[in-house]
Design a protein around this ligand. Sequence first.
Ligand SMILES: Cc1ncc(COP(=O)(O)O)c(C=O)c1O
Length: 362
Amino acid sequence: MKTVKPAPWILSIPEYIAGRSKEDIARQYGVTNPIKLASNENPLGPSPRALQAIEDARHSSHLYPDPDARELKEAASRFFGCDPGNVIAANGSDEIIDLICRAYLTPGDEVIIPACTFSYYRIASLVCGAAVVRSPMKDHRIDVEGIRQCLSQRTKAIFLANPNNPTGTYLDKDAGLSLLEFVPADVLIVMDEAYAAFAREKDFMSSVDLALTMPNLVTVHTLSKSHGLAGLRVGFGIASGPIMDDLLRIKPPFNVNSLAQKAGVAALSDTPFLEETLTITWDGLDCLYAAFEGLGLAYIPSQTNFVLVRIGPRASVVYEELLKRGIITRFMTNIGLDEFIRVSVGLPEENRAFIRALAEVL
Ligand SMILES: Cc1ncc(COP(=O)(O)O)c(C=O)c1O
């Protein structure tokens, strides 16, 4: 019998595993008001200016959004320090990753992705029939030499999250520059800076300036974390003209909805909200580090709004026990971190509730 068949490479694509939702955990464990520290969302909620912008814009919801997201791209260009012509806006940075894969990858190409990083790079690459080569990491950090060793004639792209999810580590300026030097000009480097706003180390370097001139570099950004708009889906790619042309050519016409465009513009101008976000994140990280040290747990110092803590062989049990107590974290066994859980920084009282529950479970 004839059946409809997907492209053969589609069948081996792993499912993207998202953080468990509050509703889901409340239903499964009968807990009220669970605390979600699983998806690196902004614990302060959305930017107040963005909320006002949504309120003002909702009456125009019957009209198509601006297909060019002109106002949003202008706001992003002011924020990131570039020209609006170097920015593409998308339905979350996931869509930027998708567009990059669809524009550049064909079956048979190889894509280098560090062994322990954001899983969507792999999924989006596999969708286009590319083969994923996992580069080794060193001490949970991206290893530039490991990437060099993985380069081949077939390498088409390299995906790097800087700072990295889920390890929270970063590529320092010297390592980043040395990578950009040895990667051949026909290999696209994708620098995902979803967490760059949270980086505190002095030698962390954003690649935005380099992306404006390097013809094989694109940076990826999101308003989901530092700007509190995960539910609205706003992301950006920044690159030089030729890459922009390629990505814009295949962008769906109305990919960023009208409320997201208005909210994005407002959030990008909400400096007090961003400052408060950074303060609460950095204070929260320091508080979590101190608590982990008190409990005798090793952790990986983070340049993001989450931290990986080593629980040991009982990590999956601890994760489950935390869920039963209404604390949602992330157990990352699918990328080889069987002994760790990842916890996003919450409000001070949420961090304290997590620590109390963790101490009890341990
Ligand atoms: C490194 C990294 N890149 C991209 C994303 C996707 O973000 P969004 O699609 O919400 O912009 C995430 C989400 O967790 C992430 O951790």
